[in-house]
Design a protein around this ligand. Structure first.
Ligand code: SF4
Length: 350
């Protein structure tokens, strides 16, 4: 595996990697320029523990599981019966497939700390971007079948390794499995916050079922323009509207992300935006929308590490890296919009 070191633990193989492998590409370490965002966050027990004690976590997992009978777990709303082994656009059936799990040191500082973010990488994806850095896993089917009990054990192993959170990467199509695994792991002593590391393109109905399960939402906001989303992310024309509604719901559930006094994030909304060449992502419209619709101190990571992976070379406007001036204008727009909790370290590298 690229940039990776392979380990075996509890009979399961995992890879220690130094770069983020979700479709948003490698994340920069967090250097939050915080003004209003300087207040310290609360360090508290993840809310899913209470849900587990009352039996509601399992109920939520079972409700999500039933949705796979006519699958509407993501905005594709394929309607296929995954419980009968059918596959929709994402190519996932009800069978859980996982590519790897590992302590990850390439995420934001407040998620990494000293012990790393405990990432679990799921096979398949419902968005399928042409520039996906992780396309072998998300579009090429790389991964192994696992049981829900296996996943629960991975969560416990990540906790035992000293990770600070359970970071489920590209989780949407496996949300039932994740909630059911959490229920098993909580019974056995899991107490780490859950990071829902998503492309941002989430159905409100599903997010509402995740209330109290997820502690930290880590969504992308990839495009302001539906035409761009359709072109580069498999006809996802409604991506901007769906993602905006999702971000508002995520913020309602978990609020502004503020690290606790130990420097670690325990709760909150952390938005990532990958700056793309030729203003394809619509950075200015995105920061203006956030400033107008979410708290000004919403955490916003301006990611600079776009590289033309997968099929990007076939699309002239996204077939190169971004320039320093493209990154700097993104930062300037975010500041002009009045956002006060910016992670801009990537752009400082230019
Ligand atoms: S999760 Fe997969 S099967 Fe379900 S609606 Fe989305 S793309 Fe279709």
């Amino acid at each position: 595996m690229k940039d990776g070191v392979c380990f075996v633990l509890s009979g399961l193989t995992f890879n220690l990697v130094t770069s983020c492998t979700r479709c948003s590409q490698k994340s920069g370490h967090g250097v939050a320029q915080t003004e209003e965002g300087a207040s310290v966050g609360e360090k508290k027990e993840p809310s899913y523990i209470e849900l587990h004690k009352t039996g509601k976590l399992k109920e939520k997992g079972q409700e999500l599981w039933q949705i796979m009978e006519s699958c509407r777990l993501c905005p594709r709303e394929c309607g296929v019966n995954r419980l009968d082994n059918q596959m929709g656009f994402c190519r996932a059936s009800s069978l859980l497939e996982i590519s790897s799990f590992q302590p990850h040191f390439g995420e934001e500082d407040s998620l990494v700390g000293n012990g790393g973010s405990g990432t679990i990488f799921y096979t398949h994806c419902g968005l399928r971007c042409v520039f996906c850095i992780n396309w072998r896993i998300n579009q090429g089917g790389e991964g192994q079948p696992r049981s829900i009990k296996d996943m629960a054990q991975m969560m416990l192993d990540l906790q035992a390794m000293g990770c600070h959170n359970i970071n489920v990467v590209t989780p949407t199509h496996y949300s039932p499995h994740i909630v059911l695994a959490l229920d098993i792991a909580a019974e056995k002593g899991l107490k780490l916050p859950v990071v829902y590391n998503t492309c941002g393109w989430e159905r409100l109905e599903i997010l509402k079922k995740l209330e109290g399960v997820v502690d930290i939402y880590l969504p992308d906001f990839k495009y302001a323009d539906g035409e761009m989303a359709a072109k580069y992310s498999s006809d996802a024309l409604a991506y901007p509207e769906i993602t905006k509604a999702a971000l508002i719901e995520m913020n309602r559930q978990v609020g502004v992300a503020r690290p606790a006094d130990d420097g670690l994030m325990h709760r909150g909304l952390m938005i990532r935006h990958l700056v793309m060449p030729n203003r394809i992502g619509g950075t200015k419209q995105i920061v203006d929308w956030i400033a107008a619709n979410l708290p000004r101190d919403t955490y916003f990571n301006i990611m600079s590490q776009y590289v033309p992976m997968h099929k990007a070379s076939q699309y002239p406007k996204i077939s190169r890296k971004i320039t320093g001036s493209e990154c700097r204008e993104a930062v300037a727009w975010a500041k002009e919009a009045g956002l006060t909790n910016l992670d801009i370290q990537g752009c400082s590298l230019f």
